[in-house]
Design a protein around this ligand. Structure first.
Ligand SMILES: Cc1cc2nc3c(=O)[nH]c(=O)nc-3n(C[C@H](O)[C@H](O)[C@H](O)COP(=O)(O)OP(=O)(O)OC[C@H]3O[C@@H](n4cnc5c(N)ncnc54)[C@H](O)[C@@H]3O)c2cc1C
Length: 463
């Protein structure tokens, strides 16, 4: 029965970062990994979807099409071409993790772990099975797709994002059930390939966490790319179709045809098989494990981090939660993930933000002004052919503190870090007014938005 100071159950960002941190602090560490190394992040979620997006942008030449008045290039946009790049990136990323764990002397057990006691983990693997004991244990088993009961997944033409890499060929018409982040990302990618996409959600709004001005701009661009929104429409069943593979029937009576249905209805904590009760723990009805500010569960030597503890469910925050959990478990002073971190929606176009929405500021009665820069006013935006992009800075009317940065357009998820850094360091709007940026760059949007915001603040002060 091998015994360890620290065992991570799962090798996604939380498990991987926790394991390395624990090893750096001198602990004897094991990682139990049910999937191939890297978890959902590397194998089925973040990395496949982001690589696929990059491949779609390259092969469909979506950025160049309007500049050179051309259509989707024939011949090269095939499922095989798109997926080949994705598979190769996944393989490289897995290898990076494998070598990192190996360099740090971490033992990896390929198999599914479950609790047989508060310190004992039974591992059932293809090669080896047995029981490991751990002084400290981290549950970082991530999530699995939530599938509404009226839909049944066949993993070929009614599938979840977990099956996207197995798609044998591109659909002629795609229906995406669920307009959350994953749903809109895939909807926009397939639309960029020239494939008509039906995007359905039973809620009457979508991406409610996004600032409404940015969301409207985003929706307009998706619609012009060929995404048809059906909000407030609940799918009741999927039947065999006459022309295309499936006929999707809504509660309202509406019927939509598609040959592939991508079910993207959210995710639930992957804890059902862990036999938490053997460790004196339980999960909530969404499979999530509750933790305190130090990522400790109600059993103090058992920690949980990453998507299995609930929002924000990002790879970035999961990795940091894992690292902080390991620090606390090994006796370093407790910290939490900083409150200010960015979000990215890697659709085409990209959305990224840090801080508050206008709606949140209004609800909290915080006086603010919005400074805007449109990419079409920025030389780099014109050069790139992104005429719809927008960067918006929300600033406190009295203190000039930056309350939020919102970006929709090319490079949004990179550009947002400029705003995050300035906000994190307590910089105010005048920082951007005084700063000189490289020209021509999209970063220049910060200066233009700040000047716009400053002018509005002056005008307001005069009235
Ligand atoms: C399609 C998609 C796109 C995404 N895009 C982004 C993005 O662009 N940016 C971003 O920040 N986030 C993104 N995410 C979210 C991101 O993938 C997660 O936040 C992140 O992977 C969570 O990391 P984790 O360590 O909690 O666990 P995961 O990455 O979920 O990994 C958990 C691992 O634990 C394994 N496991 C489960 N049970 C056991 C067990 N009993 N024993 C051993 N191993 C077990 C699982 O098989 C899995 O491999 C995306 C998610 C999806 C689904």
């Amino acid at each position: 029965m091998p015994s360890y100071d620290f065992i991570a159950l799962g090798s996604g960002p939380a498990g991987q970062r926790a394991a390395v941190q624990a090893a750096k602090l001198g602990a004897k560490v094991a990682v139990v990994s049910a999937m191939r190394l890297g978890g959902v992040c590397i194998n089925t979620g973040t990395i496949p979807s982001k690589t696929l997006r990059e491949a779609v942008i390259d092969l469909s030449q979506v950025r160049q099409r309007s500049l050179y008045n051309m259509g989707v290039p024939a011949g090269v946009v095939t499922s095989a071409n798109l997926l080949a790049r994705t598979r190769s990136v996944i393989q490289i990323e897995r290898e990076v993790i494998r070598s990192q764990l190996e360099r740090n002397g971490i033992d990896v057990f390929h198999g599914t772990g479950r609790f047989v006691g508060p310190h004992e983990i039974s591992v059932e693997g293809e090669e080896k099975s047995g029981i490991l004991t751990g002084r400290q244990i981290l549950i970082c088993t991530g999530t699995v797709p939530f599938v509404p009961p009226q839909l049944s997944i066949d993993h070929r033409s009614v599938l979840t994002s977990d099956d996207i890499l197995a798609l044998p060929e591109l659909p002629r018409r795609l229906l995406v059930a669920g307009a959350g982040i994953v749903g809109v990302e895939y909807a926009s990618m397939f639309a960029a390939l020239g494939i008509p996409v039906e995007l359905c959600d039973n809620r009457s709004t979508f991406l409610d966490m996004v600032d409404s001005e940015v969301r409207s701009l985003f929706q307009e661009q998706l619609e012009s790319a060929g995404v048809h929104f059906h909000l407030g429409e609940k799918i009741v069943r999927v039947e065999p179709g006459k022309k295309l593979g499936h006929e999707v029937i809504m509660e309202s009576g509406m019927q939509l045809a598609a040959d592939v249905v991508l079910v993207s209805a959210g995710r639930k904590g992957n804890s059902a098989h862990l036999q938490l009760e053997n460790a004196g723990l339980s999960a909530d009805d969404r499979g999530r494990v509750a933790v305190n500010d130090h990522f400790q569960t109600s059993v103090p030597h058992i920690y949980a981090a990453g998507d299995v503890i609930g929002p924000p469910q990002l790879a970035s925050t999961s990795a940091e939660q894992g690292r902080l959990a390991a620090c606390h478990a090994l006796g370093l002073p407790g910290e939490n993930v900083p409150a200010l971190f960015p979000f990215g929606i890697y659709a085409i176009p990209e959305i990224s933000w840090v801080g508050k929405t206008e709606e949140e500021l209004r609800a909290a009665d915080i006086p603010y002004e919005a400074g805007l820069a449109r990419y079409k006013e920025i030389a780099r935006g014109n050069i790139l052919g992104d005429l719809y992009g927008l960067l918006k800075i929300l600033v406190h009317r009295q203190t000039q503190e930056i309350l939020g940065v919102w970006i929709c357009g090319t490079q949004a998820s990179e550009l947002v870090h400029i705003g995050q850094a300035v906000m994190g360091l307590g910089g105010k709007l005048d920082y951007f007014v005084r700063t000189v940026f490289n020209y021509p760059t999209l970063a220049e949007c910060y200066k233009v938005a700040a000047l716009n915001g400053m002018n509005k603040l002056r005008l307001r002060a005069k009235t």
